[in-house]
Design a protein around this ligand. Structure first.
Ligand SMILES: C[S@@+](CC[C@H](N)C(=O)[O-])C[C@H]1O[C@@H](n2cnc3c(N)ncnc32)[C@H](O)[C@@H]1O
Length: 213
């Protein structure tokens, strides 16, 4: 894929402790959406993680704050006051998306770990509802190509059927492409597998141990 018209880098500031399967698939999808040469992962501290992600884009151990000047970036933050428009990208080098998995209710981690640390950067929202990382990358790409935010159709909440009896509900908003939600089919497979139950149980156990339960 070519460099995009605006020469914009899509930057994912990695902020999760681990790259679990869910996050890995979202990162991979982000790379498929914008192309490896347009994607950069920043704040990737572990060597193994850097190696893993190098397949999907450029990888930096430094935070985006040490790679770009604040006036060179647009930060996507659900808590930003203003909505993203195409002209926000004019003259900018990068759009920064939090490498933060969705949480329900949202904990405002984008504001805490990205926006608040960059008082001089432009911050924009994509509406009040939470997109996945790859979904936010998709919407930012559309807007960078001149499509107004309001013209991007979305679905609020997604049901994934596991089997005849069980359905998983994802309480996030997903852009639609040709009427289909923008979500990687590998993620749908993973979420409908038994692996996810095991992985989520391990995570919950670890979190509870950290909290001393
Ligand atoms: C899954 S979201 C995590 C949001 C996080 N729970 C919070 O409360 O800030 C991952 C990233 O996608 C981007 N994003 C998702 N929804 C957005 C929205 N409505 N407006 C702006 N950015 C959004 C942000 O960069 C965010 O850090």
């Amino acid at each position: 894929m070519d460099k995009n018209k605006l020469g914009l880098k899509f930057v994912i500031e990695h902020l999760e402790e681990e790259i679990g399967k869910w996050l890995y698939i979202e990162y991979k999808h982000a790379s498929e959406i914008v192309g490896r040469e347009n994607l950069m992962f920043t704040n990737v501290k572990g060597v193994e993680d850097r190696n893993l992600l190098s397949e999907f884009g450029e990888v930096e151990a430094r935070s985006f704050r040490d790679v770009f000047r604040q006036d060179e970036v647009v930060i996507l933050d659900p808590k930003a006051e203003r909505k993203l428009v195409t002209s926000d990208f004019y003259g900018k080098k990068a759009v920064v998306i939090g490498g933060i998995l969705g949480d329900n209710p949202p904990r405002g981690r984008t504001q805490r770990y990205l926006s608040n640390l960059c008082p001089k950067a432009v911050k924009r929202n994509l509406g009040r509802k939470q997109f996945s990382i790859d979904g936010a990358v998709y919407v930012a790409k559309m807007v960078s190509e001149g499509i107004p935010l309001e013209a991007i159709r979305v679905v609020d909440g997604l049901n994934i059927r596991v089997d005849e009896f069980v359905e998983i509900y994802l309480p996030y908003v997903y852009p639609l492409n040709d009427g289909k939600p923008v979500i990687h089919e590998e993620l749908v497979k993973y979420l409908s597998s038994e692996d996810v139950v095991r992985d989520e149980e391990v995570l919950l156990k670890e979190e509870n141990e950290e909290k001393g339960f």
